[in-house]
Write a protein that binds this ligand. Structure first.
Ligand SMILES: NC(=O)c1ccc[n+]([C@@H]2O[C@H](COP(=O)([O-])OP(=O)(O)OC[C@H]3O[C@@H](n4cnc5c(N)ncnc54)[C@H](OP(=O)(O)O)[C@@H]3O)[C@@H](O)[C@H]2O)c1
Length: 383
């Protein structure tokens, strides 16, 4: 296993981290972790040198933390760096900080967390928890030795990311979605570089876009991949693009079977910074361009179109539309549309007032695409 520094924490972390959000399950039920298999996978990974495990309050309906608590208590706890996250969306009162934290310590059967993150920050949740005194609360937990290192994970635009990084001098690390496709999405490459410059360790989530970059791509993209000098699987290619960047500390992978674990550990063992040739780096750019060409719209997620007077989640819906066009992934697109976009913010609530179109710098025919999105993705059974 290769190890890198996590920012200025002094920690040496394995370049591959185990994400406990997509553990194998039984009966297709996310709450029923296949504990025997998951245990085998995690023990194998630890044996091969993986020393960072990432979980969170809601993963597997709360069962990820419980399962890890049972697994780690028999002597493994000290061998790994354990990370979990405060469910910021559930915090409504300053007493909630302690309520969730105490419950998490109990579930994970530990006295402290090596790494604790404020989960999935965006503009609204950041303001809310700041007003409730989250940083002061975290500092007290750090002083008491309950949190060794503090960070946050992030889902919003770059400007919000920068604001959060700048708001506090003592962040130890951050966790961002970043992969060869998402260089200009959420924190993106700019955010990655900004956080690194400020001394934060950077942990990567969704390195394979939740699996989309590991699947067989359309023919024109598969042809491009054949030009790589070394034979790589699509998953390996995506992971190496990240590890090629020296400031990437940990790439978290949500491995859901033993084959993923073995393959990704084998990839991590060959990982080195700056080993990709300029020809190879150029190939990733060509692959990205081909994916983008597949989408009939080029929404950059600037959100100038929002707020919609009807509260339609315009940029999120256009994002789902683009994801489906680019990765041919109707199943996941439908899940995102029906499960993650609230009923009162879906595209069928559009009354065609056109306010959004007048503000869109890309001149996207938003009304037309919203209609198409709803027709394509809305499935009553999934709601
Ligand atoms: N803090 C946050 O807001 C947040 C958000 C997202 C994720 N995370 C954390 O980050 C971790 C990583 O994100 P992620 O789970 O989305 O990672 P990911 O690596 O982008 O996606 C994981 C999926 O990729 C596929 N996969 C993995 N290795 C593969 C291989 N060798 N060959 C083929 N397919 C492979 C599997 O999909 P299939 O099972 O479909 O084959 C797997 O479920 C999560 O587990 C979680 O711990 C945090």
């Amino acid at each position: 296993m290769q190890y890198r520094k996590l920012g200025r924490t002094g920690l040496q972390v394995s370049v591959l981290g185990f994400g406990a959000m997509r553990l194998p399950v039984l009966d297709n039920d996310t709450k029923k972790i296949d504990e025997k298999l998951a245990e085998k996978m995690i023990l194998y990974a630890i044996d091969k040198g993986v020393n960072y495990i990432d979980t969170a309050y809601p993963y597997h309906g709360g069962e990820s933390e419980r399962f890890l608590g049972r697994l780690l208590k028999g002597g493994l706890r000290e061998k790994v760096l354990l990370a979990t996250k405060l469910p910021c969306w559930s915090i409504n009162d300053s007493t909630d900080f302690d309520k969730y934290f105490t419950e998490q310590l109990e579930k994970l059967q530990t006295d402290y967390f090596d790494c604790y993150l404020l989960h999935a920050l965006d503009k609204e949740s950041w303001k809310k928890i700041c007003d409730l005194g989250v940083l002061e609360w975290c500092e007290k937990k750090k002083a008491a030795g309950k949190i060794k290192f503090l960070g946050f994970s992030f889902h919003d635009q770059y400007s919000v990311f920068k604001q959060i990084v700048d708001a506090y001098d003592n962040w130890d690390f951050c966790q961002i979605q970043y992969n060869y496709m998402d260089t200009n999405y959420q924190a993106g490459k700019r955010g990655f570089e900004y956080a690194s410059r400020k001394g934060l360790g950077v942990i990567i989530m969704e390195p394979l876009r939740g699996g989309q970059l590991a699947e067989d791509p359309p023919a024109e993209i598969a042809d491009l991949w054949k030009n790589f000098s070394s034979a790589r699987s699509y998953a390996d290619g995506a992971l190496q693009w990240l590890w090629n960047q020296p400031d990437v500390s940990i790439v978290l992978s949500g491995m859901s079977n033993m084959q993923h674990v073995k393959e990704n550990i084998a990839s991590a063992e060959t990982a080195q910074p700056n080993i990709l040739t300029s020809k190879e780096l150029d190939l990733y750019k060509k692959v990205r361009r081909e994916y983008i060409k597949r989408s009939p719209i080029r929404c950059t997620g600037c959100k100038y179109c929002e707020p919609c007077p009807q509260k339609v989640a315009i940029s999120s819906i256009l994002g789902v539309f683009m994801m489906n066009a680019m990765y041919d992934d109707l199943k996941r697109s439908r899940t995102v549309y029906n499960k993650f976009i609230q009923a009162d913010a879906r595209a069928d609530k559009c009354i065609e007032c056109g306010e959004c179109e007048s503000k869109c710098p890309q001149n996207i025919k938003i009304i037309k695409w919203l209609k198409e999105a709803h027709q394509k993705f809305y499935v009553e059974d999934e709601v």
